[in-house]
Design a protein around this ligand. Structure first.
Ligand code: CA
Length: 440
């Protein structure tokens, strides 16, 4: 473990909280997690402010700031977390993030002298609504799963699935941040130009091949000055945390528009994130080794470090579930479509940061990266319907007798993520969901 990924007392799996629900087995938000969101009480006119999840509760960070229980750098961090966007806190850097995490852990642990006062600073998650956790200035979408890139490449270019740059360059494009919304933001099926392979001319209308993409969102904390690349050794110091991310895609629009400059309107109509950002520090126990097949090109020096080799990957389980309108009306539980793991990614978070800035490009607090669809090596680990239905040619059978090739109106797509292993506390990301509404 390097200096960047130290496991400390906040990760101790023996810790319990005086918030009883945090101690339940399988809880996403035990005291070892402490993820950040921006929330307010449903139906209130209170301002949105920062909160930290603990069990089924939220510690209101604006109320915690005024509680008198915090001092020093942790108090300064709480002042920043009282704003309606977390950018100021994210820009403070890892010393401040860590100071607040330690102080919150000490305050929420069983036996803490802060219990009586902080018990008044809790809001039930059942009573909360969320906003985007920060102002996302720029959004960059990467393409880090070689399994996804290969199987999608086969559908668009059967004779040439993986382009020659893939094993050298962490491929990405500049996405659209204005259409990123928080979980629960339903959206209308997009319209656009499409052209069937057999048609002589394109046509216009509602998307017929609407898909999800199972991704993680990576939030930049403190940025870098224009012209000053971030080295791979320092890259993770700039990463505040991770959320679950559904990067909806219109495959028929994409197929017609994507050459020569890449995706445009097929991606910019909606993207949805989970409310909670799990910090890089909380994920420290789930850092794992990263390897590159000996038969593949090895990374160029600016994408290579011993730290990246020993602990550059994140072991995060990802799952996508579907709830159709018929299931919802019948009160059937959503059905799982696929599960994958971010550790199977061809490129790491540190490599994404180092590559993004190597030309001098500046990242700013609150910028977000999409990891790209995370598909694993097995067919059932596919992170999109494009892959699961073999580009629409093999319908996916659902347990209630329905089937899907792509998403239909009324479909609610749910994604979750969690980390678990022997010797560490299980932590979760909560969920991201949104429903497809009919086109106008
Ligand atoms: Ca994407």
């Amino acid at each position: 473990m390097s200096k960047n990924q130290l496991i400390n007392e906040t990760h101790n799996p023996q810790l319990t909280s005086w918030v009883d629900s945090a101690n339940l087995s399988g809880c996403d938000f035990p005291i070892q997690n402490l993820p950040f969101a921006v929330f307010t009480k449903i139906g209130s006119d209170e301002a949105f402010r920062g909160g930290v999840a603990i069990g089924d509760q939220i510690l209101d960070l604006a109320a915690a700031k005024d509680s008198g229980e915090f001092t020093g750098l942790a108090l300064k961090a709480l002042e920043a977390c009282s704003e309606s966007e977390l950018n100021t806190f994210m820009a403070m850097g890892k010393e401040a993030w860590s100071a607040l995490r330690t102080a919150l852990s000490n305050a929420l642990v069983t036996g803490s002298s802060s219990q009586n006062i902080l018990a008044n600073c809790l809001v039930s998650q059942a009573d909360a609504e969320y906003a985007l956790p920060c102002n996302i200035g720029d959004y960059t979408d990467f393409y880090t799963s070689i399994h996804h890139a290969t199987s999608v490449g086969k559908k668009f270019r059967p004779d040439n699935p993986l382009l020659p740059n893939y094993k050298w360059v962490p491929i990405g494009y500049h996405g659209r941040s204005s259409s990123i919304e928080i979980s629960g933001s339903d959206f209308k099926r997009p319209k656009g130009q499409t052209k069937a392979p057999t048609a002589t001319e394109p046509s216009f209308g509602p998307c017929k091949r609407l898909d999800y993409e199972l991704e993680i969102g990576i939030f930049i904390g403190n940025g870098n000055a224009l012209g000053e690349p971030v080295s791979i050794e320092n890259a993770e110091d700039h990463v505040f945390g991770i959320c679950i991310f559904n990067d909806w895609s219109a495959r028929d629009i994409q197929g017609w528009e994507y050459q020569p400059l890449g995706p445009f309107l097929s991606k910019s109509f909606a993207s949805t994130i989970s409310p909670w950002i799990v910090t890089t520090e909380a994920l420290a126990p789930y850092k794992t080794q990263w390897t590159r097949d000996e038969s593949d090109p090895q990374p160029m020096p600016y994408l290579e470090s011993s730290q990246n080799r020993t602990s550059g990957s994140f072991d995060i389980n990802l799952q996508v579930l579907l709830e159709t309108e018929t299931m919802r009306n019948a009160e059937h539980a959503p059905t799982a479509l696929a599960q994958s793991n971010f550790k199977d990614s061809y490129w790491t978070v540190a490599q994404m940061v180092a590559h993004h800035t190597v030309n001098g490009c500046n990242l700013r607090a609150g910028d977000m990266f999409g990891s790209g669809t995370q598909s694993g090596p097995k067919p059932e680990e596919a992170g999109s319907m494009l892959e699961l239905s073999n580009a629409g040619s093999e319908p996916i059978s659902l347990p209630n007798g329905e089937s899907r090739t792509f998403l239909e109106d009324g479909d609610n797509v749910i994604m979750t993520g969690w980390c678990e292993k022997e010797g560490a506390s299980r932590i979760g990301f909560g969920l991201v969901e949104a429903k497809i509404l009919p086109a106008d």
